[in-house]
Design a protein around this ligand. Structure first.
Ligand code: CMP
Length: 137
């Protein structure tokens, strides 16, 4: 086990339904701590850059519009195996496949409006944390 940091986004579908508190309760209740946190509305340019790895995917334009549409809460979550743990707590990308009790099973509306994002590797965690929190150490 390694102590890690990972980037989490509570997405527009969740912030707009007042689910921030319930989602944070699941992170904190499952052993993750919030080390940094801010609320902002991404510009289209920020949305494009953040999701650049999906540039060639057919859903890219819709994904960028959606993530930039309303405020999001971005956080650094920290703890033992934080990257994998956060992904377990979130559940599968498509809520139809998400395990019972996970954030996406509980709250996501669809694969596009799936309530949360979490870094999927050490490398992406570094890049994504630096994207929103350049001074985070
Ligand atoms: P996220 O973890 O934020 O990473 C990229 C997002 O693209 C993903 O969550 C989904 O909300 C969205 N998305 C839309 N369609 C798809 C798809 N077919 N496969 C994967 N992700 C998709």
């Amino acid at each position: 086990m390694a102590y890690e940091h990972t980037l989490s986004i509570i997405k527009p579908d969740a912030t707009s339904r007042n689910l921030i508190g319930k989602i944070i309760q699941l992170f904190e209740g499952n052993g993750l701590s919030i080390s940094a946190c801010k609320m902002l509305t991404l510009t289209q340019e920020q949305g494009k850059e953040f999701y650049i790895e999906h540039k060639e995917r057919p859903f890219y334009d819709d994904l960028v519009s959606y993530i930039s549409s309303e405020p999001v809460l971005v956080q650094v979550l920290s703890g033992e195996d934080a990257i994998a743990k956060n992904r377990q707590i979130m559940g599968a990308t498509n809520p139809a496949d998400a395990e019972a009790g996970t954030i996406r099973a509980l709250y996501a509306e669809s694969i596009d409006r799936n309530s949360v994002h979490g870094s999927d590797s050490t490398q992406s965690a570094k890049r994504e944390i630096n994207f929103f929190f350049p001074d985070f150490t």
